[in-house]
Write a protein that binds this ligand. Sequence first.
Ligand SMILES: [Zn+2]
Length: 266
Amino acid sequence: MRRKLSRRDFIGLTALAAAAGAGLCGIGGIAGILLLRRRRLALMPTSTPLPTPTPTPFPITIVSRAAWGARPVNHEAEDEKGFATQENLNGWYEYTVDLATIYRTVAIHHSAFSSEEATTTALHYDTMIGLQTLHQDRRHWADIGYHYGIGADGTIYEGRDIHARGANVENYNWGTVGIVLMGNFEIEAPTDAQIASLNLLITWLKLTLNVTHLAAHSEFNDKTQCPGSHLKGLLDQMAQIAGLARGTGGYVRPPLSIFPTSTPSP
Ligand SMILES: [Zn+2]
């Protein structure tokens, strides 16, 4: 059974988005905004004027990598540039321009392990450290592939630095924000807390990064069921609430000129 968003969910989020749009919630200094700014500022040459600060649409709490004990990015990873058809040209890549000009699509995933399975496997795929370990040690990527994770209790976690290209949708990672929800939503439904947090996060991403589209992983690649029918069935309504279009139509291929040492075969 697919869970419909309740009227209370809809009213609450609509009010939140409206308040944010009217600038009524301009509270600065929150962790998420700091995360968005931190790396860009670090990469800026000293002679370049600082960019206009990203407007703060509304407060959102994101558990940092340091707080969940993330391992360092492995820049020696042997397969960041290509897992199956991943095709991340030149491997690890950090965007050097305003993120709002790059990101278009939010891609939704599940961790694919049920709550019961997750607690009985050694790697604990229902945790950020478990997923990072899977991606680094077994898939040989530089880091966890998703930019954000949402636990069963609704906690939102920072994943891969938002300034770095993700590794979560084969051939379509450029300009795509990857969010994973812990669970297997082919066989169970996401929790109310997860749904509320996902609604909040995608609305926040629209307001901070100017994303335009919301897509399921399986809409990029029909070989996967990700994020499972119980979650995929909610995405139309979630997109409507956040003011996003549905599907993969926002994807824009990167100019190959930015990858000078990896010219693909014609
Ligand atoms: Zn997926």
